[in-house]
Write a protein that binds this ligand. Structure first.
Ligand code: G4P
Length: 525
C-alpha cells in the first residue's frame, strides 16, 4: 500500500456521445475549468470533421494531432483527472470500445433535441458489459429540445439504466432560465455567455419567496411541481448503485455556454470512483497493490512514414510504473525497459519518471505490443480485454503487387494486432476477409499498408451479413454444420471458428436447423 494516496487522487474517465452531441465542447470546458488550457477552441483542432469523411489524408493529419490529446490529464481540487479521448468519427468506434476498457467511469453527453442516438446506445452496451459507472449530461438546453421528463424516460428505456436527476431545467431554448441543482440545493441562473461561469444562488428551501423573485412565480410553481414529481418517482442517488453501473445521475446544461459544466465536474469529483480493481484471468488485481501491472488498450500508429513506430497506450492497473525499470512482457515472456515513457498533459506530451494506478503511459513501440498485452513485475497475469464485435462491413483483401506478398502479410498481421479491423480467413479457399465497422477503416488499411509496409492491396466485394463465433457441446452437430457450410466457415486471428452468414434469413435458418449450436455476435462468451 505504498502509493495509496496517489492512487486515490486519480479519476480516470471518458466522455462519450453520438457525434455532434457536444463531447468535444464539454471536454474543452472541463479543461478550461481545470486550468489545463486557457483559450476556447484549443481542443477543437483535433476533431475529425464531418466534411472530411472521404478525405483520408485530412483525417490522418488530424489523427496525428490527436496523439497528444489522446489522454488529457490535469489537476483540479487536489484530484488528478485523466480524460481519455475517444475518436469523434463513427468508423473508429472500435477504438472507443477499447478505450472504455481503461476507464473507471464515463460521462455520456446527449443532445436534448435528439435524445438517445445510435452510437450512444452501442457505447452504453459496452459500459453495461463492464458495469462502468455512468453520469449523463443532457446538453444544448439553450436550444428547444425534448421534454426533460421524456428524456429521462428515453434514457431509462433506450440505455437500459435507472436514472436520478441531480439538476433540473427551468424552461429551455430561448426561454431557458437555468437549472435547479439538486445536488447542492442551488439555483443556477443562465446567462448566455460563452466564457463565464453563471450566477448561482443557494436556495435550500424551494418554497422560499426568493425562488419566485428570481424566476417569476409561475416558473417557480412549475419547478416546485416538477421537483415534487422527481422526488416521488426517482429515489435519492445511491452511491453504491451508481458505482455498480445500475443508476445514472443526470445533469442538464449547455456545454457551449459553459452552463452546468462546473457543477457536473464538481459532482463528478465527489462521486466518481478512484481506480477500481481489475479482473485478470488469474485473479482480481487491486490498484493499491505494491507491484506494478498494466495492459495495452490502444496502439496509435506514428503518422510519420519514416518512422514505423507506434505508441502503445498502457493503463496502469496497480502500483507504480517507473521509467527504466525492467518489466515482464507476459505474452513474450521477456523483460523490457522503457527509457522514454510519455504522459499526456492536456495539450502536451512529456517524458515521465513514474505513473500510478489509474494513469495512462504511452510507450514508444516498434511492433512488440498488441492490444491486450500485459506488463508486470514478473507475475503471469492476463488482463481481460474487450471482446470483438461482429463487424458490419466485409471485403476480401488481395495482393496487388506479387513482389510484396511478404510485406502485405506482415502489414496485415500488425495492423490487426493494433486493432485497426478484424481478419477472418476462409477455411474453404484460404482467402482473407477484413471485417470493419466503417468504410474509413478500409481506406486506413490500404493507405497504411502502402506507406508503412510498401505493400499494395486491393479490395474485392463479398456479400456478407454477419460473422458469428460458433460453439457447441454437440460435436456431431458442429461437425455436420461445418461440413454443410464449408464455404462459409472461417477462423479469426486467434483461430476460433467463425461462421460467415450471407443474410439474416440464412442465419435464422441455421439457428433453427442446428439448435445445439450457439451463434455469438461477440468474440468472448
Ligand atoms: P462532438 O464532439 O460530440 O461531435 O460535438 P461538438 O462538441 O463538436 O459539438 C457539435 C456542435 O454542437 C458544435 O457546433 C458545437 O458548437 C455545438 N454545441 C455544443 N454544445 C452546445 C450547446 O450547449 N448548445 C448549442 N446550441 N450548441 C452546442 P458546430 O456548428 O458543428 O461546430 P462549431 O462550428 O461551433 O465548431
Amino acid at each position: 500500500m505504498l502509493y495509496k494516496d496517489e492512487i486515490r487522487k486519480r479519476r480516470t474517465f471518458a466522455i462519450i456521445s453520438h457525434p455532434d452531441a457536444g463531447k468535444t465542447t464539454l471536454t474543452e470546458k472541463l479543461l478550461l475549468f481545470g486550468g489545463a488550457i486557457h483559450v476556447a477552441g484549443a481542443v477543437k483542432s483535433h476533431k475529425i470533421r464531418k466534411t472530411a469523411t472521404s478525405d483520408w489524408m485530412e483525417i490522418e493529419k488530424q489523427r496525428g494531432i490527436s496523439v497528444a490529446t489522446s489522454v488529457m490529464a490535469f489537476d483540479y481540487n487536489d484530484r488528478k483527472i485523466n480524460i481519455l479521448d475517444t475518436p469523434g468519427h463513427q468508423d473508429f468506434a472500435e477504438d472507443t470500445y477499447r478505450t472504455l476498457t481503461a476507464v473507471d467511469s464515463v460521462i455520456i453527453v446527449i443532445d436534448a433535441a435528439k435524445g438517445v442516438e445510435a452510437q450512444t446506445r452501442k457505447l452504453m452496451e459496452v459500459c453495461r458489459m463492464r458495469q462502468t459507472p455512468v453520469i449523463v449530461f443532457i446538453n444544448k438546453m439553450d436550444r428547444d429540445g425534448k421534454d426533460p421528463f421524456d428524456l429521462l424516460d428515453e434514457v431509462e428505456v433506450e440505455l437500459r439504466i435507472k436514472v436520478r436527476p441531480l439538476s433540473w431545467p427551468i424552461e429551455m431554448g430561448p426561454r431557458f432560465k437555468g437549472v435547479y441543482n439538486l445536488f447542492e440545493n442551488k439555483l443556477d441562473l443562465y446567462t448566455p455567455s460563452k466564457q463565464y461561469v453563471t450566477e448561482s444562488i443557494e436556495i435550500k428551501d424551494i418554497n422560499s419567496d426568493e425562488l419566485d423573485e428570481r424566476i417569476t412565480p409561475e416558473l417557480a410553481e412549475k419547478l416546485r411541481a416538477d421537483l415534487e414529481l422527481i422526488e416521488g418517482v426517482y429515489p435519492p442517488l445511491d452511491l453504491t448503485s451508481y458505482r455498480a453501473g445500475a443508476v445514472a445521475p443526470v445533469f442538464f446544461g449547455s456545454a457551449l455556454n459553459n452552463f452546468g459544466v462546473k457543477e457536473l465536474l464538481e459532482c463528478f469529483l465527489e462521486i466518481a470512483p478512484s481506480p477500481q480493481p481489475v479482473q485478470a484471468l488469474e485473479r482480481v488485481v487491486d490498484p493499491e497493490e505494491d507491484s506494478f501491472s498494466g495492459f495495452v488498450f490502444k496502439i496509435h500508429a506514428n503518422m510519420d512514414p519514416n518512422h514505423r513506430s507506434c505508441i502503445a497506450f498502457v493503463k496502469v492497473c496497480s502500483g507504480r510504473f517507473e521509467r527504466n525499470a525492467a518489466y515482464k512482457h507476459v505474452r513474450h515472456g521477456k523483460q523490457m525497459r522503457f527509457a522514454s515513457p510519455t504522459a499526456f498533459m492536456a495539450q502536451r506530451k512529456e517524458t515521465v519518471d513514474e505513473a500510478f494506478a489509474g494513469d495512462i503511459v504511452g510507450l514508444p513501440d516498434t511492433g512488440n505490443f498488441k492490444i491486450g498485452d500485459t506488463l508486470t513485475e514478473g507475475e503471469e497475469l492476463h488482463f481481460r480485454g474487450l471482446p470483438s464485435f461482429s463487424p458490419e462491413m466485409f471485403k476480401y483483401i488481395e495482393n496487388n503487387d506479387p513482389m510484396k506478398a511478404k510485406q502485405l502479410g506482415k502489414g496485415i498481421e500488425q495492423l490487426m494486432d493494433e486493432g485497426v479491423a478484424q481478419l477472418f480467413t476462409n477455411r474453404f479457399n484460404g482467402r482473407k476477409i477484413i471485417g470493419a465497422v466503417g468504410q474509413l477503416q478500409f481506406e486506413v488499411i490500404q493507405y497504411r499498408l502502402l506507406h508503412e509496409y510498401g505493400a499494395q492491396c486491393k479490395w474485392e466485394p463479398i456479400h456478407l451479413y454477419k460473422a458469428c463465433w460458433i460453439e457447441s457441446t454437440n460435436a456431431a452437430m458442429l461437425a455436420n454444420f461445418m461440413k454443410r457450410k464449408a464455404q462459409y466457415m472461417a477462423y479469426d486471428k486467434e483461430g476460433r471458428d467463425v461462421y460467415l452468414a450471407d443474410s439474416a434469413y440464412v442465419l435464422t435458418m441455421a439457428q433453427e436447423d442446428f439448435p445445439d449450436i450457439r451463434f455469438h455476435f461477440i468474440s468472448e462468451f
